[in-house]
Write a protein that binds this ligand. Structure first.
Ligand code: PLP
Length: 508
């Protein structure tokens, strides 16, 4: 079936495109405000004014005081700073943090690190849709708890927690509350005073602002120590020359938040219509996002019987960007911890796709997406071949007909050796290797965890390579299921392909 390909971006929880006003503001700042805000002379003072005006705008959006806003390089840094700072402030007098098992990796991995330093981490159970069990939360708290850490809205499911209720429970016992508000900003009202938060984190690139700029909200008089030491910037709480254009971009994005909140109903209705149509295409679809207390733009859906690596590669081939969960997971074959926590099996997690709409998403874009999903589900367009790790035995590995194209990243190659007689290229620049790949052979595309190879396999298939397959679950899966073959042959007779003409990205 012939379809005109379009570009549809439905991964707005990973990041959003910069809005026009933000871009204009940032260009203006880059052109006119080069001074270092810490210096004395006029251009520097002008930059310092931009910083302070931006701080005021951001504070106003969440009903904080400007003095309670600290700029960081990302929300990951903000989460690290809050958690590590409070741990060093309270530990060992108090020794535990209560949190949720579905937090973002920038919280979970920091908690894991803190655990290695002696802090106890207690996870509050969540239900089928990721809502925290407040009774259990109350029971987990004791006189040694110094922090309750609970995200406002989940990035994979969209589930919005009862932060006010959680803060009431914690404060009744004299315990501080921090909330990762990254996904909630711009999609639901956030009033840090009304919600009684002690600490919160935010990120500009989820609200149509620039990447690489985050914010810590810290309630006045609460303790905070720096993660990054150096100069006296941000009242000595975060060293490093401030990224003035990014900070101004964050503020410009915040100026759009009130209008974004008025758009929530429209996006919610679009999402519901999309769900209704998806159910017509695949009656057994499982919706993991709750239908109330959920981000208007976020939909996590499980497609029984359909592997998400193959599905996403197919959608990508037709210009549709979606994700399997959090953006951090896509290079590994580890199924989402969030989905498994809410009760999905590892297999179901591997059949799950997250669609996240933007404030600008139109029904015709969703309609096109539904058409392509229909093509896939109803097999109107044949998918690429899949080779299971157990099928990749000596006979197949060494057959004359096979050409192995290994598109792993350099750091992956250091962790695992490649298949014997494979040809190494690169995932990001794979089109530049295509002229060297023989058209008359069976092409087997291999990556580390099974998510990148299907993308390349689809591309090759539509470039008239007729016999294209990819290795399911990648080299990691093959090593796991064929350890003897791995130890006997991996790393032997590998050829490094030369990159052809590069698909350069212009600098102007
Ligand atoms: N917290 C949540 C809930 C997120 O979704 C993300 C981004 O994916 C982050 C934190 C990290 O934000 P940043 O990319 O600014 O480090």
């Amino acid at each position: 079936m012939f379809r005109i390909r379009r570009q549809i971006y439905l991964d707005n929880n990973a990041t959003t495109p910069i809005s026009e006003d933000v871009r204009r503001r940032m260009n203006y700042i880059l052109n006119h405000y080069h001074g270092n805000p810490s210096s004395l002379y006029k251009p520097a003072r002008n930059s310092a004014i931009i910083l302070e005006e931006s701080r005021e705008i951001i504070a106003r959006i969440i009903n904080a005081n400007p003095a309670e806003i600290i700029f960081t390089g990302s929300a990951s840094e903000a989460n690290n700073t809050i958690l590590k700072s409070l741990s060093s402030h309270f530990f060992p007098a108090k020794n535990n943090i209560v949190s949720l098992p579905i937090e973002h990796p920038s919280v979970l991995n920091t908690l894991e690190y803190l655990q290695s330093t002696g802090i106890q981490i207690r996870m509050c159970p969540v239900d089928r849709f990721g809502f925290a069990d407040l009774e259990q939360l109350n029971k987990l708290i004791d006189s040694n708890t110094f922090l309750v850490c609970c995200m406002f809205a989940n990035n994979e499911l969209g589930t919005i927690q009862d932060i006010k209720g959680i803060a009431e429970i914690a404060h009744a016992r004299g315990i501080m509350v921090m909330s990762d508000c990254v996904q909630a900003l711009g999609k639901t009202n956030i009033d840090v005073r009304e919600l009684n938060m002690d600490y919160a984190s935010f990120s500009a690139h989820k609200i149509y602002g620039p990447k690489g700029i985050g914010v810590i909200y810290v309630k006045e008089n609460n303790p905070l120590t720096p993660l990054i030491h150096g100069g006296h910037q941000e009242k000595g709480l975060r060293a490093g020359t401030e990224s003035v254009h990014n900070i101004a971009g964050f503020a410009a994005a915040c100026l759009e938040v009130p209008a974004d909140l008025e758009n929530v109903d429209r996006i919610q209705k679009l999402k519901q219509r999309f769900i209704d149509e998806l159910k017509k295409i695949k009656a057994d679809i499982i919706i993991n996002s709750p239908d109330r207390q959920c981000l208007c733009n976020t939909l996590s859906a499980t497609f029984p019987g359909i592997n998400n690596a193959i599905f996403m590669a197919f959608l990508d081939h037709y210009g549709i960007a979606v994700s399997a969960g959090s953006a951090c997971n896509t290079q590994e074959d580890t199924p989402s911890h969030v989905l498994q926590t809410i009760g999905l099996t590892a297999e179901q997690a591997r059949q799950t796709i997250r669609f996240s709409l933007s404030k600008n998403t139109k029904w015709k874009e969703l309609k096109y997406t539904l058409d392509i999903i229909g093509d896939f589900v109803e097999n109107r367009i044949p998918p690429v071949n899949v080779i299971m790790p157990t099928q990749l035995n000596e006979d197949l590995l060494f057959s004359d007909d096979l050409y192995i194209f290994d598109i792993r990243f350099g750091y992956d190659r250091k962790m695992l050796k490649g298949l014997p007689a494979s040809h190494e290229g690169s995932f990001l620049r794979f089109p530049s290797y295509i002229s060297q790949i023989p058209k008359d052979k069976n092409i087997l595309v291999v990556c580390q965890g099974g998510y990148n190879a299907p993308v390349v396999a689809y591309s090759l298939k539509y470039k008239k390579f007729r016999k294209v397959s990819f290795l399911f679950s990648g080299l990691a899966g093959w090593k796991l299921l064929q350890p003897d073959l791995y130890h006997k042959y991996a790393g032997k007779n590998i050829t490094r392909l030369k990159a052809g003409k590069k698909d350069e990205i212009p600098f102007t």
